[in-house]
Design a protein around this ligand. Structure first.
Ligand SMILES: *[C@@H]1O[C@H](CO)[C@@H](O)[C@H](O)[C@H]1NC(C)=O
Length: 181
């Protein structure tokens, strides 16, 4: 009995070290390996690790999680733009509102569909990472920059921080999706 009472905890430690740790270690390596292939390693790792699903995800799963991060950043930006627009109507701010409205309402769901084969309303969408990658550039990054650059030289963008966060998340997402192509 004495032997068992001593060896049971030891056995437990042995199992944890040899069975569970290599799995989490391997997954941590996948995040690490994947993020090394993006231009913003730190943002990539912190974004992915903030979602518990990333610990069991493959590269495609990581790409989907990063697209969700883009959606959340874009929605934060849209909410801020809307609040600004309620205070005063302005063509440059309205331009940002239009871009972000399309991104959150249509383009990001389309990109999500490209990666999950599930479109809005359950219609079938073909898995198409190349299209997701193009859309991240053309429908997200370019539109974010168009919003930001609309403020021109003499005017400070009230959304500089949010545009930067959305742009950077989309660049990381595009780099992860690129691995799938
Ligand atoms: C965007 O944010 C608003 C306000 O917080 C929320 O009601 C809405 O569900 C969000 N939309 C998406 C697509 O996340």
């Amino acid at each position: 009995m004495k032997i068992i009472s001593i060896s049971l905890p030891l056995l437990t430690i042995f199992i944890i070290q040899n069975v569970f740790l290599p799995i989490s270690h391997c997954r941590a390596d996948l995040i690490d390996q994947t993020c090394k292939q993006t231009p913003n390693y730190n943002l990539c790792v912190s974004s992915l690790k903030s979602n518990p699903r990333s610990s069991a995800a493959d590269v495609k799963g990581l790409a989907i999680i990063m697209v969700e991060v883009v959606k959340s950043k874009a929605n934060d930006t849209l909410n801020k733009i809307w609040a600004e627009l309620l205070r005063h109507e302005d063509p440059v701010i309205r331009n940002c509102y239009d871009h972000y409205g399309y991104m959150v309402g249509a383009f990001i769901p389309d990109i999500y569909g490209d990666l999950t084969s599930r479109g809005l309303g359950g219609r079938f969408v073909r898995y198409n990472p190349a299209q997701a990658e193009r859309r991240l550039h053309n429908d997200i990054i370019l539109r974010v920059d168009h919003c930001q650059n609309g403020f021109g030289q003499g005017r400070r963008s009230p959304f500089a921080k949010e545009n930067k966060a959305t742009h950077e998340a989309a660049v990381v997402a595009a780099a992860i999706v690129w691995i799938l192509i």
